[in-house]
Design a protein around this ligand. Sequence first.
Ligand code: GTQ
Length: 351
Amino acid sequence: MNAPDNSLLVRQQLYRDMDPHHLTPLWEVLHALVPPRPATPCVPAHWKYDEVRPFLMRAGEAITAEEAVRRVLILENPALRGQSAITQSLYAGLQLILPGEVAPSHRHSQSALRFIVEGSGAYTAVDGERTTMRPGDFIITPSWTFHDHGSDASGPVVWLDGLDIPMVRFFDAGFAENGTARSQQVTRTEGTSMARYGHNMVPVRHDAPFGVTSPIFSYPYERSREALERLERDAPVDEWDGVKLRYVNPLTGGYPMPTMATFMQKLPAGFSGKGWRQTDGAVYSVVEGSGSVEVESGDKRWRFDFAPRDHFVIPSWHTARLSSAGGCMLFSFSDRPVHRALGLLKEERLT
Ligand code: GTQ
């Protein structure tokens, strides 16, 4: 004990007396408030698609897309149950749409990304333009744009929803409203945005149609995949990441959304990556191939062996290593743009 008995009593009396006045002593919590390094409550977690898919299909029988508005199973971090969050700042869920269904039009301040996991032929409509979904495509719903989803497919279509819901909740900055029509009227031909902004050219006199968000709604998998395959063949492979590219807003070269960064990476066959850690916790969707991720924090260790359509999360400042015997393709997203904007981004690559 480093205080005489009477000072402990004096302190306890002080705490009791000031408590009704909503006052609390900093010195009791200072260590937890400014920890020496990030001390996230989040844990690494893995959702195997084989295990998740039957629940999605049961959800398809239990409720229609129309009634649910969005028929989604939320991927909740095991350490954040009840918070609808996969990390402290990010939301992730798997959305199912069945043939002929419509998820009605609405808009909200939260930005959303879609990463197509299974099935082809559903569409999402953003600002009067429809985009067809194919596996591996990365699609954006900018903040405050009306969007509805529908399906002319012959089977179920499932995609990963990534939203900044916890971040917007943290800032108490969320607004939302329903559209007047179930599905919005189509006012532009599919592919117009891609032709305008997606070919390394932009209109001569343009405004950024969605402000700080990319004017491209869809980043098709075939193009990302072609780039990564070519780089695997023709350029040095990074010892930590394999071959990894960041998706961009073609108007700025920056992130496609203000709050979320997205990446696609290819681990070559036989890849055994070095460890790294970063302040931005990241969510992964396995596109093709299989592999494993080893995660470490303090004296705790995790190892996930992943297969196509699996999802996993690596929390902030956890050391991770990726490897793959047969090669694989991984999509991921994180809150990196916010870390960067606030001067908080930190990365460490172990050698
Ligand atoms: O598709 O608009 O997973 O508003 C959560 C909230 C999807 C959507 C989610 C949403 C949406």
